[in-house]
Design a protein around this ligand. Sequence first.
Ligand code: PLP
Length: 419
Amino acid sequence: MSRHLSPHVSRPAERCVPPTAGLPLALSDLFGRVPGADSDLASGLARAFNLPWARIECSGTAALVIALTALQRLQPGRNEVIVPAYTCPLVAIAVAHCGLELRLCDLQPGRPDMDLDHLERLCGARTLAVLPTHLAGRVTDVAGAAALARRTGAFVIEDAAQALGARIGTESVGTQGDIGFFSLAVGKGLTLYEGGVLAARDPALRAACTRASEALARRHAGWELRRTLELVAYALCYRPALLGVVYGRPLRNALRAGDRVDAAGDLFDLRIPLHRPGRWRQSVGLRALGRLPAFIAGCTDRARRRRAQLESLPGIEVLGDSPVVPGAAGIWPVLLLRVSDAARRDRLLDRLWVAGCGIGLPFAHALPDYRRYASVVPWQDAGALPNARDFAARVLSLSNSPWLDDERFERLCAALVAD
Ligand SMILES: *Cc1c(COP(=O)(O)O)cnc(C)c1O
């Protein structure tokens, strides 16, 4: 430990670190020929990650809406969807969009995985789907959840929104459930500014997803123009010199206003845009995809080194993949830290989040504790979902962006033990 280092994790001229390790776009991704053999992004992704089938949608949330719609048509008598109680609020919004009922599953103590005893009690004749979730790239136990779901005739949708590139042995995550989905949003790795990917093995489910997608997600010139401009702006601005303006300043404003929901990037519209992502944006993703495997490998190396160093700090645990999944090899957009107690976690957040050094929250709250989403999340009394709420109160995320350099990481470690 470098005790002599300044406790100030950011020096005045230092630049802001993005909250996750997103793959930076090169300007050459915007133009020119697509290298390689694949003519479209879906087949490029299928080849790169050994997916049996892939379909591009306009967001991860849209992919989930399409998956739920497809399953609903196959099982119209079922209307409940079980999700982990600590996950992206967009999941709750998607379930409400489909007119389905959300059921919240508690987490395992100290882990982002669903508690299988609670899941077993929630599963029943009305369960349409269960959503095991690879939060922050950490591989979860899909097989355990699937065994419980299938016993009651429910489907499994694997939420791999934050886990494109994570594997179990040689298999990609997202392929063990009946349907899997990935996000191509900003900050989740490869990006089209907004985008999503559906995956499925079974030909009947692929056909059902395709039908639902064709019915729900039509071409829409207005949305495509907007996303095109946003993607170009992202390609220009996602670089160290500009992040302070496009990310750091709004972050500081949100924190100054005491708004952790805004600071965590959890302010979502309750209406979900559904449209077909255009060819040009998909070609940008396909050009960038060539660099993704090496980028993921670099993130994995850095995470391995930093995880060992963070684990040596008192009262800080770095969460790994589920220990019950042999061969799990997650990806590392962030390192998920669990702090010894909630008060200490809050003091660290108060001090470090504004510094723009990569410390923040994956999500601001467990789902029932957002006032903003009360209309799409069932009310829970204060004693319910104890593990999910404890997890939400003690977790921190640390960016694994290559722009957080070793020297600054050392200072951050010193600041983490200074509390
Ligand atoms: C981001 C996210 C989604 C939604 O994906 P978008 O592409 O942002 O719509 C769903 N689930 C989880 C766990 C996520 O992190």
